[in-house]
Design a binder for this molecule. Structure first.
Ligand SMILES: Cc1ncc(COP(=O)(O)O)c(C=O)c1O
Length: 453
C-alpha cells in the first residue's frame, strides 16, 4: 500500500495532457496496471470494460500476441534506424508501401511521424512548402471546421477549433479560419441533412471569397468530428468538400487520425464516399496504440513538386529522429495483418452495425437527445429537454455522473465537457460485449437522470 501511496505522490511531477491540473492534484490519478482483450485493470485490481479503445486508438484490443512478438523481434534485431540521409529499415519500407496500396487512390507517398498532432503539423508544413516551391507563395491560409480537432502542435492547434486548445495559446493565427460544423442536430438548417450540407458548401465558398480566392492553401476536416463530440456530417459531406475544394482551387486535407483503420467500417472513412484527398493524416489505429506512430500521405503531384524543389541536391528540411521508427513500423505491420488477414476489420464491421443498432435504442430514454455514429464510433448526447434540445445545467455535470456510475459498474468511455458521451469500442468486441456496454450505460443514464430530477 505504501508503494501505491508513493506512486500517487510521484504523479504530481507529471503534467498530464488535457487534464484540469489542480483538480487532478486534488483527486489523484487512476493508474492502470494491465490490460487484456477489452478490459483494463487498475493498481487496486478493479477491472473495467474499455468502450473507448484507450484514446480511440487501441483498435485491435489489448494483449494481441502477434503484435507483441513483432515488437520483440524488431527490438532484438534492430531497435532503431534513422530514415535520414538515405538510411532505411525493412519494416518502415514495407509499411510505406502497404499504406500507399491501401490508401485512397493517388496517395502514393508516406511521411512518417510520431502521432496525429505531428501528422497534421507535417501536412501544414508540406503544403506551405509546396505552394512556395511552385511559385504561389500567397497561398498560405487554412480553413477548418468549428468543433474540429487536429491535435496540439503549435500550428495544428490553430486548426483545431475547440476553445480550451486556443485559450492563452495565441491561436488560431491570422492565417487560420473556421466555418460552422455540419452538426445536423444543432445546425440552424437541421434536421434536414441536405440543407446542412448545402449550407456547409456555401460557408466554405464564402470564407474563400472573404479571404481571397488566391490566398487559400487548403481546407481540413475529419470525416466524423471526433473530439468535437462525434459529429457525423450529412451523407455526401466528404464528396461535396472534395468537389468544392477542386472548384475553388484549394487542397483537401482529410484527417483520419480517429476514423482510419476500420473505426467506421472500411479501412479509411474516405472509402465510403470514394474520395481521395490531397493529403491524408493517420495515427492511432495505425499501431493500435501499441507504440507511437503517425503518417501523412501526400499525392503524387505534391510529392513531385517537393522533390523537384530539391533538384539542386538540397535535402527536404523536414523530419524527426523517430520518423519511420522500425519498432513502431513492425508493430504497424503486425496490426495491419490483424485488420486484414486476422479478420478484425470484418469483425468490426459486423459488430459495429450491431453496436449502432443497440445504442440507437437508447435514444428513446429520458435525458437522451441524440444517438449518432458509424461503425465502432458513436456519441450519445444528453439533454435536459428532448423537444427544445436544451442542455443539462452545466453545474449538474450530468455526463460526468453517467460516467461515474458506469465506471463503478465496470465500464469506461469518454464524457465530453458538454454532456456528450463518446464511444469507440475496439474492433475485437463481440455482440455480447456490446450488450454489456449497453446494459451498464442504460442503467447509468437512468440513475444519473433520476438523481438529477
Ligand atoms: C482527428 C485528430 N487529429 C489529430 C489528433 C492528434 O493526435 P495525437 O494525439 O496523436 O497527437 C487527434 C487526436 O485525438 C485527432 O482525433
Amino acid at each position: 500500500m505504501r508503494d501505491l501511496d508513493r506512486l500517487v505522490r510521484q504523479d504530481h511531477h507529471w503534467v498530464h495532457p488535457v487534464t484540469a491540473l489542480l483538480q487532478h492534484e486534488a483527486e489523484g490519478p487512476c493508474i492502470w496496471k494491465s490490460a487484456q482483450g477489452i478490459h483494463l485493470t487498475d493498481i487496486h485490481g478493479k477491472r473495467v470494460q474499455d468502450a473507448f479503445s484507450g484514446l480511440w486508438c487501441v483498435n485491435a484490443g489489448y494483449g494481441q500476441q502477434s503484435i507483441v512478438q513483432a515488437a520483440r523481434h524488431q527490438l532484438e534485431q534492430l531497435p532503431y534506424a534513422t530514415g535520414y540521409f538515405h538510411f532505411a529499415s525493412e519494416p518502415a519500407i514495407t509499411l510505406a508501401a502497404r499504406l500507399a496500396a491501401l490508401a485512397p487512390k493517388g496517395l502514393n507517398r508516406v511521411v512518417f511521424g510520431q502521432g496525429g498532432s505531428d501528422a497534421v503539423d507535417t501536412a501544414i508544413r508540406l503544403i506551405r512548402y509546396y505552394f512556395n516551391a511552385t511559385g504561389r507563395p500567397e497561398k498560405k491560409q487554412f480553413i477548418g471546421l468549428q468543433r474540429g480537432y487536429h491535435g496540439t502542435s503549435s500550428n495544428g492547434s490553430g486548426l483545431t477549433a475547440l476553445p480550451l486548445f486556443h485559450r492563452y495559446f495565441d491561436v488560431p493565427t491570422p492565417e487560420q479560419h473556421h466555418i460552422p460544423s455540419p452538426y445536423t442536430y444543432r445546425h440552424p438548417d437541421g434536421p434536414d441533412e441536405s440543407k446542412v450540407l448545402l449550407s456547409t458548401i456555401k460557408a466554405l465558398e464564402n470564407k474563400v471569397a472573404e479571404i481571397g480566392p488566391d490566398k487559400v492553401a487548403a481546407f481540413i476536416c475529419e470525416p466524423i468530428q471526433g473530439s468535437g463530440g462525434v459529429i457525423v456530417p450529412p451523407q455526401g459531406f466528404l464528396k461535396a468538400m472534395r468537389e468544392t475544394c477542386d472548384r475553388l482551387d484549394i487542397l483537401l486535407i482529410v484527417d483520419e487520425v480517429i476514423t482510419g483503420f476500420g473505426r467506421t467500417g472500411p479501412m479509411f472513412a474516405c472509402e465510403s464516399e470514394g474520395v481521395s484527398p490531397d493529403v491524408l493524416t493517420l495515427a492511432k489505429g495505425l499501431t493500435s496504440g501499441y507504440a507511437p506512430m503517425g503518417a501523412t500521405l501526400i499525392s503524387e503531384q505534391i510529392y513531385a513538386a517537393i522533390a523537384q524543389a530539391g533538384s539542386d541536391g538540397t535535402p527536404l528540411g523536414h523530419g524527426q529522429t523517430y520518423a519511420g521508427h522500425p519498432v513502431s513500423a513492425a508493430i504497424a505491420n503486425a496490426t495491419l495483418d490483424l485488420y486484414l488477414e486476422g479478420g478484425l476489420l470484418e469483425n468490426g464491421r459486423r459488430v459495429g452495425a450491431y453496436f449502432q443498432e443497440r445504442l440507437k435504442q437508447l435514444e428513446s430514454m429520458a435525458g437522451v437527445g441524440e444517438v449518432r455514429g458509424r461503425g465502432m464510433l458513436a456519441a450519445l448526447e444528453l439533454v435536459q429537454d428532448k423537444q427544445t434540445k436544451v442542455k443539462p445545467a452545466a453545474a449538474s455535470q450530468l455526463g460526468q455522473h453517467v460516467l461515474k456510475y458506469a465506471f463503478a459498474e465496470g465500464l469506461v468511455f469518454r464524457a465530453f465537457a458538454d454532456d456528450i458521451l463518446g464511444f469507440a469500442p475496439s474492433l475485437n468486441y463481440t455482440e455480447a460485449d456490446v450488450d454489456v456496454l449497453i446494459d451498464i450505460l442504460k442503467y447509468s443514464i437512468e440513475k444519473a437522470v433520476s438523481v438529477q430530477a
